[in-house]
Design a protein around this ligand. Structure first.
Ligand SMILES: Nc1ncnc2c1ncn2[C@@H]1O[C@H](COP(=O)(O)OP(=O)(O)O)[C@@H](O)[C@H]1O
Ligand SMILES: [Mg+2]
Length: 359
């Protein structure tokens, strides 16, 4: 899940890393998060201001967008490292992720790659790991065509530019999309600029349940399971109840039954033990192998479009839903550690600093 710009590492880059290891790093951050600051201080690194000479800038995604965008043409010097790729959004924006994966599959198919093999229903055997997804409003007609094939299925609408479950809703009738489209046209909040792009994805309505509740995996180098606070039901009468359907902590923490001690979370090793004892070791291993496969394939899908900049790294987070047949589905990727509710994995990751050794 950790990607660096240059797999082979140029000399200057290695020199830089050696200096980092020697503890002479001048660092700056625009994120007031003690887990970062304590970690850098413990290494004996020196904090400087943004306008001074720095080697390592731990920045928010807003900053990378504003300062280091392709348009501004800002060049990092040889002894500078930042914690994002300027165009990480190729993987971390909901619409672009799907677009890149679709393109990757088509390319493999054209090359006649065995990876792009399909089954008798025309589904990719190895590359069918994102729920069927369309961009709205652009792909509206394609969506309608797909919807009509299975008019009883549920779909989930997600704004491309938002996070933490904001703006998400479920639909099971075409009239709801028509209404949404009308409302967004007339809403005074929605100007031309934010004729807001959405993705609409087939809703995985048979998630694996534990204790009757839906959960998903948020994977970094380590990861955890995030549980819903209300028992799951695919019943259409509960389509509006986000405590049933969305696993985001930002949503669940407002639920009456949210557990403030463990935050509705399990470690991945707990999940593993649970699955080994309830389903068996073999299928559990297969599931985790498939999750690994998804991560690798998603990175391969964006490799041709990512800035190949050796001064950048990214520790992507992956949201994965497991269905009741133990098939994992890629829901979304997030850029280097969303800092909300992620202190523990962040702390662990920083302390181990794996990416440094991997270069
Ligand atoms: N296709 C889907 N099927 C089932 N559940 C989904 C699907 N897409 C999203 N979800 C649920 O909604 C949550 C939020 O969706 P996500 O795409 O991660 O958006 P956000 O950026 O707001 O977190 C997910 O963590 C998951 O629980
Ligand atoms: Mg998410």
């Amino acid at each position: 899940m950790t990607a660096t710009g240059d797999q082979h590492g140029g000399n200057a880059f290695l020199r830089n890393i050696l200096r980092i290891m020697a503890g002479k790093v001048k660092w700056v951050t625009d994120i007031e998060k003690s887990v970062l600051i304590n970690n850098f201080e413990k290494r004996g690194w020196i904090q400087v201001a943004e306008n001074e000479d720095w080697n390592f800038y731990w920045m928010s995604v807003q900053t990378i967008r504003n300062v280091f965008s392709v348009e501004t043409g800002y060049r990092l010097s040889d002894d500078q490292i930042v914690n994002h790729f300027p165009n990480h959004y190729e993987l971390t924006r909901k619409d672009l992720m799907v677009k890149n994966i679709k393109r990757y599959r088509k390319e493999l198919e054209k090359e006649g790659s065995p990876l792009a093999e399909k089954d008798e229903n025309g589904k990719y055997i190895y590359l069918d790991f994102v729920p069927v997804t369309f961009m709205l409003p652009a792909d509206y007609n394609l969506f309608v065509e797909e919807f009509r094939k299975n008019p009883s299925s549920t779909w989930i609408m997600k704004p491309c530019g938002k996070a933490q479950g904001k703006g998400i809703f479920l639909i099971n009738k075409l009239s709801q999309i028509k209404k949404w489209s009308r409302d967004s046209k007339t809403s005074s909040f929605v100007s031309q600029s934010s004729k807001e792009a959405y993705v609409i994805s087939l809703y995985i309505n048979n998630p694996l349940l534990i204790g009757g509740k839906k959960f998903d995996l948020r994977l970094y180098k380590l990861g955890f399971c995030r549980f819903c606070t209300v028992k799951y039901t695919p019943s259409t009468s509960e389509l509006d109840n986000m405590f049933v359907h969305l696993t985001n902590v930002a949503i669940q923490k407002h639920g009456d039954d949210y557990n403030h001690i463990h935050g509705g979370k399990w470690t991945v090793s707990n999940l593993r033990l649970y699955l080994e004892s309830t389903r068996g070791k073999e299928v559990t291993n297969k599931l985790f192998d498939e999750i690994h496969w998804i991560i690798v394939q998603s990175l391969k899908a964006v490799a041709p479009v990512m800035n190949n900049d050796k001064h950048c790294f990214e520790c992507y987070g992956y949201d994965i839903i497991i269905d009741d047949k133990l098939k994992p589905w890629l829901i979304e990727c997030i850029p280097t550690i969303g800092l909300q509710n992620a202190s523990n994995p962040l702390r662990h990751w920083l302390e181990n600093w794996h990416w440094l050794h991997e270069v």
